[in-house]
Design a protein around this ligand. Structure first.
Ligand SMILES: [Zn+2]
Length: 301
């Protein structure tokens, strides 16, 4: 199991919630879909690294800082002698490489992930040096999507193409064991300064009255959900969910979308729309949160 597992970022979560509740601008929508696609690619790679049986520590999704520069690493694998750094790309389509540049056919230039990889590797080297470690770093770009093709890739470039990923990872079986306390300490050091909030987060502005309110379906995101007894039933796909769990799911979205607002019965009643009784909302909140304050000033934590 990964020593540090990967989670969906707050930014992606919030954009996912917003996407069903407001009309995102073209730019925000594109940003959201890019983040989503990138995350999905990383998860595909995680499934493969999970299967590694060698003596290694896998750290996913690290946000690190060295000399005031923040950098993000998709996947890091610590073995006895070497640290493997992977930048995962979920590109789809026909690309070609020309004079250190990456293009999508017919001719749209993309940022060459090699530059990002080199920057990350160099910053990681500095960080390891500062922490007093002397381990070799091997850095690779992994193109994870089987529908990605790269023409004219130079032979010496550290790119692993979709058809090479499995055979590349097989080599890890041959890696000698030898992890010790020093490696564990390094892993813990890399995790501990992990900055939770990414400085790159870009969200569109919105207020409580902006996003469409209502409980959405767990499976299809539809707003055509109605309450029948103790269940919420989706009018589009027929999915049924216990009212309590549907309300808690909505509270979760509310918390991410409005981190500065307190959880109150009135707000959640308003946010859910389809629960006709405030008492029912209060009962669900009572059961799952701690109540703070008194009377009309009370809220949940
Ligand atoms: Zn549905």
């Amino acid at each position: 199991m990964a020593y540090k597992p990967r989670f969906e970022s707050d930014e992606l979560k919030i954009l996912r919630y917003l996407n069903k509740r407001i009309v995102l601008s073209e730019k925000d929508k594109k940003h959201y879909l890019n983040l989503k696609k990138g995350y999905e690619g990383e998860v595909v790679f995680d499934v493969l690294t999970e299967k590694l049986s060698c003596d290694c520590l896998i750290l996913n999704d690290l946000l690190l800082k060295v000399n005031n520069t923040t950098f993000q690493l998709d996947t890091l694998i610590i073995t006895a002698d070497t640290i493997y750094l992977f930048e995962v790309k979920n590109y789809v389509g026909d690309y070609y490489y020309e004079l250190d540049k990456l293009y999508k056919k017919p001719k749209k230039e993309y940022t060459n992930p090699l530059h990002q990889l080199n920057r990350s590797a160099s910053l990681l080297r500095q960080l390891l040096h500062n922490l007093g470690y002397n381990l070799t770093i091997e850095a690779w770009v992994i193109f994870i999507n089987s529908e990605f093709t790269l023409y004219q890739a130079p032979l010496n470039i550290p790119f692993i193409l979709p058809t090479q990923v499995n055979s590349y990872l097989k080599k890890f079986d041959m890696i000698p064991s030898g992890l010790n306390g020093k490696h564990m300490k390094l892993a813990d050091q890399l995790i501990s300064p992990h900055i939770e909030e990414s400085p790159y987060t870009v969200l569109p502005p919105y207020t409580f009255d902006g996003p469409r309110k209502g409980i959405t379906c767990f499976t299809c995101d539809s707003f055509a959900v109605s309450v029948r007894g103790n269940r919420c039933v989706c009018g589009d796909c027929g999915h049924e969910e216990m009212v309590g769990s549907a309300v808690l799911r909505s509270v979760e979205e509310y918390r991410y979308l409005f981190p500065d607002r307190k959880i109150t019965t009135n707000d959640i009643y308003d946010w859910c729309q389809i629960i006709k009784s405030k008492k029912r909302i209060a009962r669900i909140l009572d059961k799952n949160f701690n109540i703070k304050g008194f009377g009309q000033w009370s809220y949940y934590d």
